[in-house]
Design a binder for this molecule. Structure first.
Ligand SMILES: [Zn+2]
Length: 305
């Protein structure tokens, strides 16, 4: 099966990641001093935006005034045409002078709320930066021996000071699937969501299973539905904190829904209902987030009609 895939948000990072350059001793350090270098400023999952809601980038002149958190500047890459380097930095939220300085430049905004506001390429860069910084924050100690780890080069990995084990940023694969039966599709709702919010089913791939097996297991666990054919549609990096969503279509063999603990409700939805939901005109169900994988799956399904 071939799908007509729209542009997927959080993809399209335009920078050259400069793999060869990262291996040259001192090369990344030199780029930090380049007056042309741009720095993307983060604070936890928030990014610094200017008054117009665009990325507020700073240069190296501002760095001495900011209190940076581990891992310091993270090299993102260079612009392919100008070779201008980009780094991401994490400002310490407990350092009042840093906060005052950031407030004078712009405002911090949660990446989730910037999803539909930022241009696609900027959003992809922000997603990558948030994901990398989150990984650094939670991997300051070696999983092998418990001693502190440190970053080297452009902070693309961490190394244990005691046992020299290398640790690389992780990506957690998750399946998200549009389960269909004839002309209906299966959506469920998590009890923590607002009233009327429904989504395609999703879950993490577990050790020892394929993507197709993870899809079949999750649908059975969450809704008691047996699935036969599974087709890959697209993938989307999801930086909350470091997943990749694997978008699938799955054909149901059964239709009787049996809920376990995870979902509060699940129903089969008609194309008319989905059309109204996507248009934000359904009296009972909320409009799906167009940029998230569930919304993309629904849009693809409707276009196939
Ligand atoms: Zn170690």
């Amino acid at each position: 099966m071939r799908f007509n895939i729209p542009d997927i948000s959080l993809t399209g990072d335009p920078l050259d990641r400069c793999d060869a350059l990262r291996k040259q001793p001192g090369a990344i350090e030199k780029l930090k001093e380049n007056p042309q270098t741009l720095y993307l400023v983060l604070q936890a999952n928030e990014i610094l935006l200017n008054e117009d809601g665009k990325l507020a980038l700073v240069n190296s002149a501002i760095l001495p005034e900011l209190e940076l958190q581990d891992p310091g500047p993270v090299f993102l890459g260079v612009e392919p045409d100008t070779r201008r380097p980009w780094f991401a930095i994490m400002s310490d939220p407990d350092h009042a002078p840093s906060n005052e300085l950031l407030q004078s430049i712009g405002q911090l905004a949660d990446l989730r709320y910037a999803l539909s506001a930022l241009p696609r390429e900027d959003l992809a860069l922000c997603g990558r930066a948030v994901s990398l910084m989150s990984w650094h924050r939670t991997h300051r100690f070696c999983a092998g021996c418990g001693e502190p780890t440190r970053t080297i080069g452009g902070a693309e990995k961490r190394v244990c000071e005691a046992c020299e084990r290398e640790h690389f940023p992780r990506v957690d694969p998750a399946v998200i699937m549009m389960v269909t039966h004839q002309d209906t599709c299966l959506l469920g709702r998590n009890p923590s969501w607002p009233e009327g919010r429904f989504s395609t089913l999703a879950g993490f791939v577990e050790p020892g299973e394929s993507i197709e097996e993870a899809c079949r297991r999750e649908v059975m666990e969450e809704a008691g539905i047996e699935v036969s054919k599974v087709s890959y549609a697209f993938s989307q990096p999801w930086p909350f904190p470091h997943s990749i969503m694997i978008g699938l279509f799955a054909e149901a063999l059964t239709t009787d829904i049996e809920l376990e603990d995870e979902l509060e409700e699940a129903h089969w939805f008609t194309r008319t209902e989905i059309k109204d939901m996507l248009a934000g005109k359904h009296p009972k169900y909320l409009q799906p987030f167009a940029d998230a994988a569930s919304g993309v799956l629904l849009r693809i399904w409707m276009e196939e009609d």
